[in-house]
Design a protein around this ligand. Sequence first.
Ligand code: PLP
Ligand code: COI
Length: 339
Amino acid sequence: MENIDWGTLPFGYFKTDYNVRCYYRNGKWGDIEISQSEYINIHIAATALHYGQEAFEGMKVFRGKDGKIRVFRWEENAKRMQKSCRGIMMAEPPLELFKEMMIKVIKLNEKHIPPPGHGAALYLRPLTIGSGPQVGVKPANEYLFMIFVGPVGPYFKEGFNPVDVQLIHDFDRTAPNGTGQYKVGGNYAASLQPAERAKKEGFATVLFLDSKENKYIDEAGPANFFGIKGNTYITPDSKTILRSITNKSLRQIAKDMGMKVELRPVLKEELKEFDEVGACGTAAVISPIKRIVDRDTGQEYKYCTDGKPGPISTKMYQTLKGIQEGEIEDKHGWNLIIE
Ligand code: PLP
Ligand code: COI
């Protein structure tokens, strides 16, 4: 294993030894290529560069105390990649190809899978791009599916400590009938201005409202939103948010904990009724939120008033991490063990 200070890893790019690639040409996927280069050679007129044909995923791999390597819910990510590709008219990597490339890239970079106990994981970044040239606005004839990996720490520097979030009205990450449910680069480009402004103004991230009526909570910059009210886990149902696999897992964990689960539109006025709120995602895991500030009205919503994450968020966090790291029984079959 590499001599890395695993406990202080940020969430960022980390050069590892290998990545894997596969081209879709003439209507079919080719052979898997293993590369040691961090670069790709791309046509100047590739549709990824001009018309935003790009979709990506984010997944985590954990090494348990038992030494086993576990990938969390890979099939969900692979299916979502297919959905994103369909959404912007790209060729869809088949599930079997996704799985084979994923296993290959994990094994090739095994020494970069963090040991347990440091709050770190190996992050997998699958991406598909339109690599074929077009000048008129149309889908490419050629696609490139790749996976690169790197060890990461927590997405927000606070880790599992509560963060401040800014509720905004003047930017939308996606249009009401747009691409919000797909994990495509364009949505993230649209989020950069408000996200960087929020950081400058002292917040970890932004909370977007629905882009049609500006009445409902949509999601955070890089994560879904949830609130706890009494014994109920509540999370927005919206056409414009990314269907988070972490959120889906937390809904199951909440049910397993005997809680009620509500997946429904969440009015921003409800923010004052929650006992606990948080952002959830592969990178963010659970980031408890201690303060939400409405940038337009200045209204503040406060949580975690004792400075600590709430008890339910804490239990859910520990359960999710426990399953991912092989410490808690994986009764829903979420992990794939890489032999
Ligand atoms: N929402 C957005 C916009 C994201 O980028 C992510 C990250 O993947 C999520 C939500 C969380 O999704 P998941 O839990 O599948 O990682
Ligand atoms: C993830 O949680 O994996 C993400 O993709 C979020 C962000 C880094 C875009």
